[in-house]
Ligand binder design. Structure first.
Ligand code: COA
Ligand code: MG
Length: 294
C-alpha cells in the first residue's frame, strides 16, 4: 500500500489552495466538499474539484476527494458531480466522513464499483478511506474495518468525536486517547492504515511535531494536516530516521548471528533483544522501504 504519512485537506471550493497543495510534495491531497466548505459553496466545490482533477498535475500526491457524510442529503450530488457525467476523471480515492456502520462502507464501495464499471476503470481502482469520528463509528469499528476489501485506511477525527460523546478538547488529550488506541488496534487487526487527528493549532510547529511523534508511537501510520507548513514535519515524523533504520539493521544482523548460535535472547548496547524487538526492527525497515518508494 502507498505511504499516507501526511493527508492534506484543502477546501474544494478554493482553486488557489488546491494549486498550492500540488506543489507541497504531500503524500495525499484531500479536496474537501464536507466541513471545510460552507453550505452555500458546495456546488462551487464540486465544480472546482472537477477542474483541478482535469487540469492540475498532482505529481506524486494521491488525489482524494472527501464527500459529505452519507445520510447528510448532500452525498448524492457529490457522487453525481464526480461520476454522473458522460466523462469523468478518476481521482485516486474517496474519503467518507462520519462513518457509523459497516453498511455505509459497503454502500459507498458499491457506488464506486458502479462508477468503475461505467468508465472502464479497473475494479477496485478507486481507493476507499473512511473517517471514524462518532460514538457509533467507534463502537462499530470491528464491523466497519472488516466490511469491504476496498477499504485501505481509517482516519480518526478528534474534533467531531468529542462533540458526539460530550467531551471537551484539552491540551493533554485524554478525552481522545481511548479512541485513538481503538482506531489503531482495529486498523492493525484488519491490515488497514490508521491516520491520526488534525493538530488545529497550525502556527505551533513544536506542538505539531510532538503530537505527530506521539501518533507514530501509538501506531498510527500518518496524520491529517490542514496547512502547508504542517506537511513536511508530519511526513518526517512518520519516516524512520537514518539512525533508526541503521539501528534496526544492527538488531537484525545480531539476531541472525545469535540465532545461528542457538540463542533466542541476547544483549545489544546494554538492552535485551528477543523476538518482539526483532519484529519491531523489521517494521522500522519495512516503513523506511515504503517511504523510499514515494
Ligand atoms: N491547502 C493548500 N494551501 C493552503 C492551505 C491548505 N490547506 N492552507 C493555507 N494555504 C495557503 C494559503 O492560501 C496561503 O497561500 P498564499 O500565500 O499563496 O496566499 C498560504 O498557504 C499561507 O496560508 P496562511 O495565510 O498561513 O493561512 P490562511 O489564513 O490562508 O488559511 C486556514 C488558514 C486554516 C483557513 C487554511 O489553512 C485552511 O483552509 N485549511 C484547511 C481547512 C480544511 O480543509 N478543513 C477541513 C478538514 S479538517
Ligand atoms: Mg470531521
Amino acid at each position: 500500500m502507498r505511504a499516507r504519512r501526511a493527508l492534506l485537506y484543502t477546501p474544494g471550493d478554493d482553486l488557489h489552495k488546491i494549486q498550492k497543495a500540488v506543489t507541497l510534495d504531500a503524500d495525499c491531497i484531500c479536496m474537501d466538499i464536507e466541513d471545510g466548505v460552507a453550505l452555500n459553496r458546495k456546488p462551487q466545490a464540486r465544480q472546482v474539484i472537477l477542474q483541478a482533477l482535469a487540469e492540475l498535475d498532482f505529481g506524486r500526491s494521491e488525489r482524494l476527494v472527501r464527500l459529505n457524510a452519507l445520510g447528510s442529503g448532500l452525498e448524492a450530488d457529490d457522487l453525481n458531480a464526480l461520476f454522473g457525467g458522460q466523462t469523468a476523471i478518476r481521482p485516486d480515492g474517496i474519503v467518507v466522513p462520519k462513518v457509523g456502520s459497516a453498511d455505509q462502507v459497503r454502500w459507498i464501495s458499491a457506488q464506486l464499483a458502479v462508477a468503475e464499471a461505467r468508465f472502464g476503470w479497473q475494479p477496485g481502482a478507486l481507493a476507499l478511506i473512511i473517517q471514524v469520528e462518532t460514538a457509533a463509528g467507534l463502537v462499530n469499528l470491528r464491523e466497519i474495518c472488516s466490511a469491504d476489501p476496498r477499504l485501505q485506511a481509517v482516519i480518526f477525527g478528534a474534533e467531531d468525536l468529542v462533540n458526539d460523546i460530550g467531551a471537551t478538547r484539552s491540551a493533554a488529550g485524554w478525552e481522545v486517547f481511548y479512541a485513538r488506541g481503538a482506531v489503531v488496534a482495529h486498523a492493525a487487526a484488519y491490515g488497514l492504515q490508521a491516520i491520526d487527528m488534525v493538530y488545529v493549532n497550525f502556527r505551533d510547529p513544536e506542538g505539531l511535531s510532538a503530537e505527530a511523534l506521539q501518533g507514530a508511537q501509538l501506531g498510527f501510520t500518518g496524520k491529517q494536516v490542514i496547512h502547508p507548513s504542517q506537511v513536511a514535519p508530519v511526513q518526517q515524523a512518520f519516516t524512520p530516521s537514518p539512525e533508526a533504520a541503521a539501528h534496526a539493521q544492527r538488531v537484525i544482523d545480531a539476531f541472525e548471528t545469535h540465532q545461528a548460535q542457538g540463542r533466542g535472547a541476547f544483549e545489544l548496547d546494554g538492552k535485551m533483544v528477543d523476538a518482539p524487538v526483532v519484529k519491531a526492527a523489521q517494521r522500522v525497515l519495512e516503513r523506511a522501504q515504503v517511504v523510499k518508494g514515494v
